[in-house]
Design a protein around this ligand. Sequence first.
Ligand code: BTN
Length: 248
Amino acid sequence: PAVEFGLEAPFSVEYHDSIGSTNDRARELAGEGATDVVVLADEQTGSRGRLEREWTAPPGGVWLSVVTRPDIAPAQAPLYTLAISVATARAAREAGVDARIKWPNDVVVPVGDDGDYRKLSGILTEMEGETDRVEWVIVGPGINANIDADALPEGATSIREEAGDVDRRRFVQRLLESFDDHRNDLEGIVPAWRELALTLGQRVRVDRPAGEIVGEAVDVTESGALVVETDDGRVTVSVGDCEHLRPV
Ligand code: BTN
């Protein structure tokens, strides 16, 4: 069912009270040729996380997936993930939450000054296309919005816990408008990401396909890869998972 969302950004929104996974529905729509469509749900019963991980999506959250057909190379698709993480963090900050970004795209709330955090949002990005140009990209952020602490997984937090309930319609509007601004300014995404990054300056352990490394996260490249200063020199990581370590 289409919902009028009063958006300045050119997206149409398909809303579901309950759905298996908004990313699955978005894939169906992408397969039918849709673009600039958002699938939004109050609850998901079969959420998918990154790297086959589980994700809980009870009622009260913001679970959504955006279908786009951008004129970009597959190597630029990670910028779309960074763009939606910046948009999510900005919308959460407007709701009164001290939201920051843990590389590559978790939106987190710092706990203390040692790089510790609780997770507010994760993003599942999927893409299909040729080697030189993508067919479609789906970015699927899940935001723990108006959710009680006891319904959250360990290590997670919600907007309700941090700042009280948010008007979800307004939150989604702000998120999509900000995402639209960033996708039209690909060069501005990494600078905007850097400003919100919690990871830069941290001692990190990064789990990557080529093996684990430990060092200080010193920068991100223009395509969003993390630059880590290790004992053996600088390593650039484009795909991986990162954990913040206690300072030594
Ligand atoms: C992660 O593992 O951190 C990513 C979690 C992504 C969850 C969101 S909720 C909306 C969209 N639909 C899904 O099934 N997954 C993503």
